[in-house]
Design a binder for this molecule. Structure first.
Ligand code: IPM
Ligand code: MG
Length: 370
């Protein structure tokens, strides 16, 4: 079957290649069983690209990513590259992709799967049925603000500098994404900043309110300081529907929200840009977890976050909601059947490897599609 679905796979470092391998299995399955085929290419990013090419992302890879309909990324980084100068670190590859593809809206769902309610460090009643969407601004703020650097002062002291900046349009466009998502969910948005101490936070609050009043007055909007939000997330997480926040607060709050669900190994993310004139929307999908160097190469990693990231790609980039549903159901069924990778292991369940979990998922897909 002819395909115009260009999918670039960037497995990256650590457990990235292992979890990506299981996604490839599902892609092959889709090709055979669902007649959905992709133009697949694979390339290097992060430490693996540094080792091969001396840079965390080559210009060629950047070009391929710009032309792809979707990019699937594993993870970047590891101790081997920790001592490199800042602008040569593996993470710069990921940040370059986000920035040059202009992927300003990072969607990080935190959902608690029924079978994993007991894996959460919170009481089951606090997390059962949890379904939060964190929308993190991804291309501005302190991650990219200038000036930045480390300088030496005349008195010999050194000074580290980063700058938090946000413009009207940077805030408005990510808030629009949050309000649109809320309309398809429980219609509630909580905008998060530190307007009590930061001017950029004051602007954030005003612009979030402006977009709401002008364009989304039907959505319920609240504002919260970021420190309070962190506290509320572990006190009563189900009070939230959609949270919209800046790059740095979003980084921290999404890790916090992820852990409510029992495991970082379960959570996918989508990073989206604007839709262009041809209807194409640049997009990158990656698990929220990192490269987990401590367990890399041991067939221990949980491939589910990577697979659910691929399901998000089917939903947001390829308009294949039915196939995305199928994958999500397969994940739920395999968990209900008692299989667990080490990170989500519970008493009485069967501990399996990355590879066996991947096989079980394909087996379940076979059953569902029969
Ligand atoms: C994330 C990660 C990245 C970030 C790192 C790897 C640069 O923590 O995606 O949350 O800080 O954005
Ligand atoms: Mg992070």
């Amino acid at each position: 079957m002819a395909s115009n679905k260009r999918l670039l796979m960037l497995p990256g470092d650590g457990i990235g290649p292992e979890v990506m391998r299981e996604v490839r299995r599902v892609i092959e399955w889709m090709d055979k069983r669902r007649a959905v085929s992709f133009d697949l290419s694979e390339d290097l990013v992060g430490g693996s690209a540094i080792d091969a090419h001396g840079t965390p992302l080559t210009d060629e890879t950047m070009t391929t990513a710009m032309e792809a309909d979707a990019v699937l990324l594993g993870a970047v980084g590891g101790p081997k590259w920790d001592n490199l100068p800042f602008d040569q670190k593996p993470e710069r590859g990921l940040l370059r992709l986000r920035k040059e593809m202009d992927l300003y809206a990072n969607l990080r769902p935190a959902m608690c799967f029924d079978a994993l309610v007991d894996a959460s460090s919170l009481k089951p009643e606090l997390v059962s049925g949890l379904d939060i969407m964190i929308v993190r601004e991804l291309t501005a703020g302190v991650y990219f603000g200038e000036p930045r650097g480390i300088e030496t002062l005349p008195n010999g002291q050194r000074k580290g500098i980063n700058t938090q900046t946000y413009t009207t349009s940077e805030i408005r466009r990510v808030c629009r994404v949050a309000y649109e998502l809320a309309q398809k969910r429980d219609n509630r948005v909580c905008s998060v900043e530190k307007a009590n101490v930061m001017e950029s936070g004051v602007l954030w609050r005003e612009e979030a309110q402006w977009v709401h009043d002008q364009e989304f007055a039907g959505v319920e909007l609240g504002h919260m300081y970021a420190d309070n939000c962190a506290m509320q997330l572990v006190r009563a997480p189900k009070q939230f529907d959609v949270i919209v926040t800046d790059n740095l607060f979003g980084d921290m709050l999404s890790d916090c929200a992820a852990m409510l669900t029992g495991s970082l190994g379960m959570l996918p993310s989508a990073s989206l840009g604007d839709t262009d004139a041809t209807g194409r929307r640049r997009a990158l999908f990656e698990p929220v977890h990192g490269s987990a160097p401590d367990i890399a190469g041991q067939d221990l990693a949980n491939p589910i976050a990577m697979l659910l990231s691929f399901a998000m790609a089917l939903r947001y980039s390829f308009d294949l909601a039915e196939d995305a549903d199928l994958i999500e159901t397969a994940v739920q069924n395999v968990l209900a059947g008692g299989l667990r990778t080490a990170d989500i292991m519970q008493p009485g369940k069967a501990k399996v490897s990355t590879n066996v979990m991947g096989e079980a998922l394909v087996g379940e897909l076979n059953k569902l599609a029969a």
